[in-house]
Design a protein around this ligand. Structure first.
Ligand SMILES: Nc1ncnc2c1ncn2[C@@H]1O[C@H](COP(=O)(O)OP(=O)(O)OP(=O)(O)O)[C@@H](O)[C@H]1O
Ligand SMILES: [Mg+2]
Length: 254
């Protein structure tokens, strides 16, 4: 699905991602963990095209994607959410989803005039899809509220919903549960499992270790920019190098 070969990125003298290689394969949910500042978010920015690689290659379903801009990568089936939540606060919850649908005919003036019926059909389909996603995320009751009125956790769910509008093959999520309350975490976990069961691959960064162990079939560990370990949740827990990475610095995330 997603393959990285010798991926490298530095900021000035700091090597944030150092020669990282791995292949997600056919795993349903994979996790990426590591102490603060170990390069996880930078790696996700590289995968999704928000940062340019210094060297190395990234491919999706066998096709190289490194060097492509984020929207092109998302059209190929890889979508992401951010560590910082991004919704459009003044639009309603429902319109936040509708506006996230790709290739909207109505955005261009010409089709709007000459294919008005097609535009309306597309809008109706997108609306229907948005309603289904709201249902799945249990946000239907909030459909007409401005997204800015939703709680932080609900906005995070909505952000996931915006990603789902693009029918992704692979979703990457940076700290999806950070700052959200336990009941919303459970509903997010249920949603992620449902998506996995539908065949959507998921790759997530998460500091909540019990959750990582519950969700992820395979776990990757970064420390100081390097990939230091990959394996099952059981293997990771007992690994000396992983434990040292967490204990070796002032970090309460472990
Ligand atoms: N745009 C940037 N410019 C300069 N340095 C950066 C930039 N982005 C990240 N860094 C540095 O790169 C290193 C890796 O940061 P990154 O955000 O990828 O870590 P992380 O593993 O996501 O950490 P956290 O768990 O705290 O989110 C850090 O030392 C960080 O300060
Ligand atoms: Mg981060």
């Amino acid at each position: 699905m997603l393959e990285l070969k010798n991926v490298r990125k530095s900021f000035g003298g700091l090597i944030a991602v150092n020669d990282v290689s791995f292949d997600l394969g056919d795993v349903g949910i994979s996790g990426l963990i590591g102490p603060n500042g170990s390069g996880k978010t930078t790696l996700f920015h590289l995968i999704s095209g928000f940062y340019k690689l210094d060297s190395g290659t990234i491919s999706l379903k066998g096709e190289p994607i490194s060097g492509l801009p984020p929207h092109a990568i998302s059209q190929l089936g890889l979508s992401r959410t951010f560590q910082q939540t991004r919704v459009l606060p003044f639009l309603s919850t429902l319109d936040n989803l509708i506006s996230a649908a790709p290739n909207q005919l109505g955005e261009n003036l010409l089709p709007l005039f000459f294919m008005a019926k097609k535009v309306r059909q597309e809008e109706a389909l997108n609306r229907e899809k948005a309603m289904e996603i709201l249902e799945q995320l249990k946000l239907s009751d909030l459909a007409t509220l401005p997204a800015g009125d939703l709680s932080y956790g609900q906005q995070k769910l909505l952000e996931l919903g915006r990603v789902l509008m693009a029918d992704p093959a692979l979703i990457i999520l940076d700290e999806p549960t950070a700052g959200i309350n336990p009941s919303l975490i459970r509903s997010l976990v249920t949603t992620l499992k449902q998506l996995r069961d539908k065949g959507i691959k998921i790759f997530l960064v998460e500091h909540n270790m019990p959750l990582v162990a519950e969700l992820c079939e395979k776990i990757y560990v970064m420390d100081s920019g390097a990939l230091i370990f990959s394996g099952s949740p059981e293997e990771v827990q007992g690994n000396k190098r992983v434990i040292e990475a967490y204990l070796g610095r002032d970090n309460n995330a472990a």
